[in-house]
Design a protein around this ligand. Structure first.
Ligand SMILES: C[S@@+](CC[C@H](N)C(=O)[O-])C[C@H]1O[C@@H](n2cnc3c(N)ncnc32)[C@H](O)[C@@H]1O
Length: 252
């Protein structure tokens, strides 16, 4: 099986990624508010954070009242950073360094999250098995919320540059095609990651293969603060064609 580059790339850029990702404006004004709306009331729930990275969403879910949080990531450096944060008061958080391919625990969770996950899956077998792992670790009433590069992403270089991200796609893009993603919070300190393109059909097929009963695609919405702070015009290209989309899937 072709090895994923994510482990090496995130280990090498763990400190920079962890400090820069929170400065991305679309994360603050679109991704987080939409995520919170989709997650709803998670007080007392148990959550499994796939690709937890440095634990940004793990801590957030705990502060929102999750009774138990397990974060899993393939990069040991990212997990070390996650562990270095003090846990929010009264919260129970654990982190495990593991590949999500076939990941299993004895516990069952009310919510599985995977924020920036599926575009790191390097072939269709891995894509299917990681989505199946989310399904298998969910309680029967549970849901899986993930946020991934949109199958309809605008592949033109520079289209998303004002949102601090850029992409380099080859001329022909099909399922499994490798492309480069650059996080450009500081133009002189770009962070480069290898990703894989997945179409809507292949992603939906993987969710059905896993056993999910329903799948919903959701565009991130600009919060009212985002419109006030940066103006409607700033957001229009992103609203027209968001670079990432949420998927919310119900187990039953
Ligand atoms: C862009 S980061 C997102 C981190 C976190 N979800 C957030 O939003 O801050 C993507 C993470 O996916 C992890 N990852 C990629 N492939 C993985 C795999 N097969 N198993 C576990 N983690 C993986 C990387 O190590 C990295 O930490």
């Amino acid at each position: 099986m072709k090895a994923s580059s994510a482990n090496v790339e995130y280990n090498n850029q763990a400190d920079s990624y962890s400090s820069m990702a929170i400065l991305q404006l679309a994360r603050t004004y679109m991704e987080i508010p939409t995520f919170m709306q989709l997650a709803g009331n998670i007080k007392g729930k148990s959550c499994l954070d796939f690709a937890c990275g440095s634990g940004f969403y793990s801590r957030m879910l705990s502060r929102l009242g999750a009774k138990y949080l397990l974060g899993v990531d393939i990069s040991s450096k990212m997990v070390d950073i996650a562990k270095s944060y003090p846990n929010p008061l009264d919260s129970d958080i654990e982190y495990i360094c593991s590949d999500l391919f076939n990941f299993k625990t004895d516990k069952r969770f009310d919510l599985v999250t995977g924020i920036y996950l599926l575009h790191y899956m390097q072939n269709q077998e891995v894509l299917r098995e990681v989505i199946k792992a989310a399904y298998d670790n969910l309680d029967s009433k549970g849901s899986f919320i993930s946020f991934n590069i949109s199958p309809n992403i605008n592949q033109q270089k520079g289209y998303y540059e004002k949102y601090q991200v850029d992409f380099e796609f080859p001329d022909i893009v099909k399922d499994g095609t490798e492309f480069k993603f650059t996080l450009k919070i500081y133009p002189d300190k770009p962070l480069l990651f290898t990703c894989y393109y997945w179409s809507k059909e292949v992603i939906e097929d993987a969710f059905h293969f896993a056993g999910f009963k329903s799948i919903e695609w959701i565009s991130p919405k600009v919060s009212s603060y985002g419109k006030i702070v940066l103006g409607h015009e700033y957001w229009q290209p992103m609203i027209d064609n968001p670079w990432c989309l949420f998927i919310k899937a119900q187990k039953e």
